[in-house]
Design a protein around this ligand. Structure first.
Ligand SMILES: Nc1ncnc2c1ncn2[C@@H]1O[C@H](COP(=O)(O)OP(=O)(O)OP(=O)(O)O)[C@@H](O)[C@H]1O
Ligand SMILES: [Mg+2]
Length: 227
């Protein structure tokens, strides 16, 4: 075992079986990410990038293959154990933000902490500090519905970091933003990940963003390879 590996997958296979012919999405994918490392994943629409992230984060099950988090095998873990381990290991940023609309910016960030356990004073201080860091200090109590797309994604970045996880998984985090706003959010995400010494798995269609990761991978025809 590579002791520095935060996450390691071997031989992941995944097919979706519907009424029609089965779609083979992953055909023996190996993946490894170490502490403080950033990895980008590109690939055409529908090639299985989100499916791969869902499997790596334990939200979906592979048909075959193995997955370890911090050297611990996930096979046979209960849903509750997986959820606890997931909350400690990773934070997520999605294309569609997924903020709770009835909550304000601060409450949305704290929601991530509540899921991981009891809310403490330290959580509140970290949430406020993160929101200030992502440029949302003037909008702590703005409801999610009153924020722009770029502002929502800044809140989502703060939320991903609230539990201080060693790993951030970002699935097309700039996909819904215009170019300038997307650039600003991407710069912020990469800066924060580097400042806080986090690892990052970044799924993106943008070749410039992909090239900014330590390693750039491409998913094509069910296989992951160096871009
Ligand atoms: N739950 C599911 N049931 C059946 N098919 C699915 C399911 N989830 C995904 N697929 C199929 O698997 C393939 C990969 O989907 P996935 O969402 O992983 O692609 P992607 O690379 O993330 O695409 P995009 O860049 O558009 O986000 C697609 O053909 C999709 O239709
Ligand atoms: Mg996707």
């Amino acid at each position: 075992m590579n002791t520095a590996a935060l996450m390691e997958a071997k031989g992941l296979m995944k097919a979706f079986r519907g009424a029609e012919t089965p779609i083979s999405v992953l055909e023996s994918v190996d993946f490894l990410i170490g502490k403080g490392e950033s990895v980008s994943i590109r690939g055409e629409s529908g090639c299985g990038k989100s499916t791969l992230l869902n499997i790596l984060s334990g939200l979906e099950q592979a048909d075959a293959g193995s997955l370890t988090w911090g050297g611990v095998a996930l096979a046979g873990k209960s849903g509750a154990a997986l959820a606890r381990m997931r909350a400690a290991l990773m934070g997520f940023v999605f294309q569609a933000y997924y903020l709770a609309p009835e909550l304000n910016a601060l409450e949305n960030v704290l929601l991530g902490a509540r899921i991981a356990g009891r809310l403490t004073r330290a959580h509140k201080e970290r949430a406020e500090a993160l929101l200030v860091r992502v440029g949302m200090g003037g909008r702590l109590r703005h409801h999610a519905t009153k924020l722009s797309g770029g502002e929502r994604q800044r809140v989502a970045v703060a939320r991903a970091l609230i539990n201080d996880p060693p790993l951030i998984l970002a699935d097309e985090p700039t996909g819904n933003l215009d170019e300038a706003t997307g650039n600003a959010v991407m710069n912020l995400l990469l800066e924060l990940v580097s400042e806080e010494g986090k690892s990052l798995v970044l799924v993106t269609h943008n070749p410039e963003y992909a090239a900014r990761a330590d390693r750039a991978l491409t998913l094509h025809l069910g296989k992951l390879s160096q871009a």
